[in-house]
Write a protein that binds this ligand. Sequence first.
Ligand SMILES: Nc1ncnc2c1ncn2[C@@H]1O[C@H](COP(=O)(O)OP(=O)(O)O)[C@@H](O)[C@H]1O
Ligand SMILES: NC(=O)c1ccc[n+]([C@@H]2O[C@H](COP(=O)(O)O)[C@@H](O)[C@H]2O)c1
Length: 203
Amino acid sequence: MRIFISTSKYCFKYPLENVTNGGKTTLAKNLQKHLPNCSIISQDDFFKPESEIDIDENGFLQYDVLEALNMEKMMSAISCWMENPGHSAGPAALESAQRVPILIIEGFLLFNYKPLDTIWNRSYFLTVPYEECKRRRSTRVYEPPDPPGYFDGHVWPMYLKHRQEMSTITWEIVYLDGTRSEEDLLSQVYEDVKQELEKQIAL
Ligand SMILES: Nc1ncnc2c1ncn2[C@@H]1O[C@H](COP(=O)(O)OP(=O)(O)O)[C@@H](O)[C@H]1O
Ligand SMILES: NC(=O)c1ccc[n+]([C@@H]2O[C@H](COP(=O)(O)O)[C@@H](O)[C@H]2O)c1
């Protein structure tokens, strides 16, 4: 997850990322309930249609790679928000930390996409162990649904590859244990965002 809080003076953006089913959508929505001028952009909304997804030698659709996503379209959505952050923000927004526009970008492949590198206030990465991730994934139905063997044959190996690529990242990422309760995770990130807001407002 990445969070971006914005107006021309105060800009806050927060990316939130994790392995599939790590809980980023849940956390982003919980945060939105507590942050009055908060928008969410979800990477999941930018998957290409099935007909444009590559298939590997095992017949698995290659959904867990950047090429499966229309990232240009997602960047346009982010630019759009930045040009006009938070629909309800007027000049009064700048006087109150509560009303400062905030953008949360949540996705499972954000940190290895170079154009997104520079624009964040804070970056979060939710982790969950293999067994828990596999268990949570088995309860979800995607369109198209996962065929047998998909988690071990595509999803998890792609996640490990992505984590490997992340080892070269130099900016700070806050790692969150995705097995903690929703309330705990919300409270940690909310406090963090509040502090960041107060710091920015004081500048
Ligand atoms: N902190 C948590 N503890 C236990 N289960 C969780 C937690 N957060 C989310 N979940 C569950 O995990 C599944 C995936 O959550 P979701 O937020 O959609 O993950 P993601 O967006 O990372 O794929 C859902 O069934 C959700 O209820
Ligand atoms: N939204 C879609 O079109 C679609 C289709 C098939 C699989 N998926 C899965 O979505 C996952 C990413 O989303 P989550 O992080 O919400 O689980 C990927 O692991 C991918 O395999 C999405």
